[in-house]
Write a protein that binds this ligand. Structure first.
Ligand code: MN
Length: 742
């Protein structure tokens, strides 16, 4: 038993220690005091031990060693009872006769849910053939989609880490496959979550199996420099400590060597020489307050020569995984180059453990009611969901702005992955229904579909599918087939197009053109009522609009009615093109009588104008007029995308000379660090400038400590707006403020 774990660690002390359940207990007893929690873990261990008894791992030790080590890794990050119990039970449903139901009865809903998800992920292991069809990114998305809770992912990562540590018992082919999958799927997720420790160990281990020679080479290069390095490093640390002591700054210091995998990436993917890698050695200074970070930076730069272009302020601009720190690279007295990282204790905790720092099990944080705790978890889950939907991209240096963009893109483009009973994966856009799935299999299956069995339960054609669902379509020979209602049930364009064609064919024989027009008109009128237009004639005049004809490629209002009857376009799309808003916030641009308008149309004095709501132009802006039938001229900013490419209807307009002290609404967006009193400070500043404001709203940017505040300001002109923006930027925590175009 003594040397079954033959895997070499990066640490000099050889193999990994094997832990007993007693060792595990010693690890969590200091932070889990609650009797119920301790009991849950203990019972999970005993049941797992009983169920796995007599089974041995390829490495030779009893199987239970594996779940103990997985739980141990998680306990090192101070996770709670449900997570540890789930880790101990994670392989029981897959490998023994224990069922999820039994776990639910014994350990409750939480543990059952985690183990169930882990089992499903395990079973989804794609066959080799399928695995090749998958992009790594899809694979990551499937995994994240199936993990219903962050704890599922954390247990899975710990599971993978322990398997990597004990990979020596497997064939070289399996070793490479597992290592590759780890780098494709799991380390990017660990990176996203900011769990640096797990990420780094998994990367180094994977490299060891994938590129053994290069791994050895780098290890040797590092060792060769080791002796020289020790002396230089000690001198640097002592000098820094002395100076900080003089300045009476409380701190602690650490040093680290860059991981083998990140050196490998620099050398073999970015083409650097080993000697050109500046941050092989890093010194980390951890202080108490954010302000001290900048103070220390100043002191370091006074003492050592910084290398230009290497300074990064991740405190003002945190990385998407919440990493905060100041980075600079300096030349030490003896000519060695060091990266210096400066951060507070709090930032350090997040840097090392990422999301784990937030999910750490905390007792006695004040008693929370069950309901509050639930809400707390849901909130965390919510941002976590948004957060992981990004897991596709890798670039480290993206700004927070890009992050927000990518985030929304990813949410809109997100997919679900649904299985056929035979295990084939069908990819569908989020929100897709059983009917979409049926059409994706074959149009004939779609046309004759009557329902489905989803995860063993009857479902209607309208049922929305989720990643991981297993769906079996039920068809019937005498099925009613497509109807106009079906157009509302499907999300995919291919299904919509097919249904429309089917109906068009059928309609040709069933409905006369007049009937189709009549029905389409009724449907549209119904929709127009919702935006406050009751009158048929009024609707007709609004519909007689080039934008509509262009957008939907029709030549008359009657043709439009026929098409609306086929829900192509749907009534709400028509309304969208006209920029009409629902009654709730019904806000048609009110035309100003020619004299009262701040804008005049060149060469025509008697035209009604109104300021567009999409881009909120104000005096000083470059503007252009858009001729809209029956409503005069709408004034847009020149760069407003809503009037781009419609040159035939654009005319020149200009601001009149200013009269009186009119103010005009401007929609703006403030991007800021989230902190208490932020909104109050914004309002106080605006009121001190007598600037009226409305529609103030703050939204947390998921997965960050940042907020986006949207608001409407009332200002006289662009000069005043500039000044106001300038003042807003001086508010503590604010990164940026800009105008919005809807
Ligand atoms: Mn396992």
């Amino acid at each position: 038993m003594a040397d079954v774990t033959t895997s070499q660690t990066l640490k000099k002390n050889g193999g990994y220690p094997m832990h007993t359940f007693e060792d595990l207990k010693a690890l969590y007893f200091p932070y889990i005091h609650d009797e119920k929690g301790r009991d849950l873990i203990e019972r999970a261990y005993h049941l797992a031990e009983e169920k796995h008894r007599g089974i041995f791992r390829k490495t030779g030790e009893p199987y239970i060693q594996h779940p103990i080590e997985v739980a141990y890794i998680l306990a090192e990050h101070s996770f709670g009872p449900a997570t540890l119990a789930s880790a101990l039970l994670h392989d029981t449903v897959e490998d023994t006769d224990l069922t999820v139901e039994e776990i639910r009865k014994e350990f409750g809903e939480e543990v059952a849910m985690i183990v169930d998800s882990l089992t499903k992920i395990q079973r989804m292991k794609l066959s080799h053939r399928q695995a090749q069809d998958f992009e790594a990114e899809d694979h990551r998305k499937i995994f994240l989609g199936m993990a219903k809770d962050v704890r599922v992912i954390l247990v899975k990562l710990a599971d993978r880490l322990h398997n990597l540590r004990t990979l020596d018992a497997l064939s070289s082919e399996r070793q490479k496959a597992i290592a590759k999958e780890t780098l494709d799927v799991f380390t990017p997720i660990a990176h996203r979550l900011g769990i640096y420790q797990m990420q780094s160990e998994m990367e180094d281990l994977s490299l060891k199996y994938l590129e053994p020679e290069k791994y050895e080479e780098i290890l040797n290069l590092l060792n060769k420099k080791e002796q020289h390095r020790q002396g230089s490093l000690m001198a640097l640390r002592k000098r820094i400590a002395d100076i900080l002591f003089e300045h009476q700054i409380k701190f602690r210091m650490e040093s680290r060597v860059k991981s083998i995998y990140s050196i490998y990436r620099k050398m073999y993917q970015k083409g650097y020489n080993f000697d050109e890698i500046y941050d092989v050695l890093a010194v980390r200074i951890i202080c108490q307050k954010e302000m001290e970070c900048y103070e220390i930076l100043g002191i370091i730069h006074q003492t050592y020569k910084p290398i230009p272009g290497r300074f990064k302020d991740y405190i003002a601009m945190p990385k998407p995984n919440m990493y905060q720190s100041l980075h600079t690279t300096i030349v030490s007295g003896d000519g060695n180059i060091y990266e210096v990282q400066i951060r507070t204790e709090e930032m350090d905790e997040v840097a090392e453990e990422g999301i784990a720092a937030h999910w750490r099990y905390k007792e006695g944080e004040g008693v929370k009611s069950a309901k509050e705790e639930q809400r707390d978890i849901e909130e965390k889950l919510h941002w976590f969901r948004d957060f992981v939907s990004m897991a596709g991209e890798e670039e480290e240096s993206e700004s927070a702005k890009e992050y927000v963009q990518n985030l929304s893109q990813d949410i809109f483009n997100a997919n679900v992955y649904v299985f056929t009973p035979l295990g084939k994966v069908i990819e569908l856009p989020t929100g897709s229904s059983v009917l979409d799935f049926a059409y994706k299999i074959h149009t004939k299956v779609g046309d004759s579909a009557v329902g489905a069995i989803v995860n063993g339960v009857h479902a209607t054609l309208a049922t929305e599918l989720k990643t991981g669902d297993v769906c079996e379509i039920r068809t019937a020979k005498n099925a009613p087939g497509p109807s106009t209602d079906w157009l509302d049930l499907v999300k995919t364009n291919s299904a919509k197009t097919h249904i429309r064609k089917y109906l068009q064919k059928k309609q040709g024989s069933l409905l006369t053109a007049e009937e189709a027009e009549k029905r389409g008109k009724e449907a549209l009128l119904e929709a127009f009522k919702q935006v406050g237009i009751q009158d048929e004639e009024k609707m007709e005049s609004l519909l007689d609009d080039e934008r509509i004809f262009d957008r939907f490629n029709v030549h008359s209002v009657n043709e439009l009615y026929q098409r609306v009857n086929l829900k192509n376009p749907a009534p709400f799309q028509v309304i969208g093109v006209l920029h009409l808003k629902r009654k709730k916030d019904f806000k048609l641009e009110k035309p100003l009588p020619p004299g009262a308008s701040p804008v005049e149309v060149e060469g025509a004095s008697n035209v009604l104008t109104s300021l567009a709501h999409c881009c909120t132009p104000i005096p000083g802006d470059d503007i252009v007029g858009y001729v809209s039938k029956g409503r005069g001229v709408t004034v847009h900013r020149k760069n407003c995308p809503n009037v781009k490419g419609d040159n035939a209807r654009l005319i020149s307009v200009r601001w009149r000379k200013k009269e009186g002290n009119s103010v005009y609404p401007v929609d703006a967006r403030i991007f800021s660090q989230d902190r208490s009193n932020l909104l109050a400070d914004i309002l106080a500043l605006l009121s001190s400038r007598s600037t009226k404001v409305s529609a103030l709203r703050a939204n947390l940017v998921p997965g960050t400590m940042n907020v986006v505040v949207t608001l409407t300001l009332y200002v006289s002109d662009t000069n005043y707006l500039e000044e106001t923006f300038h003042a807003i930027k001086s508010i503590r925590g604010v990164y940026d403020v800009s105008r919005i175009i809807h």
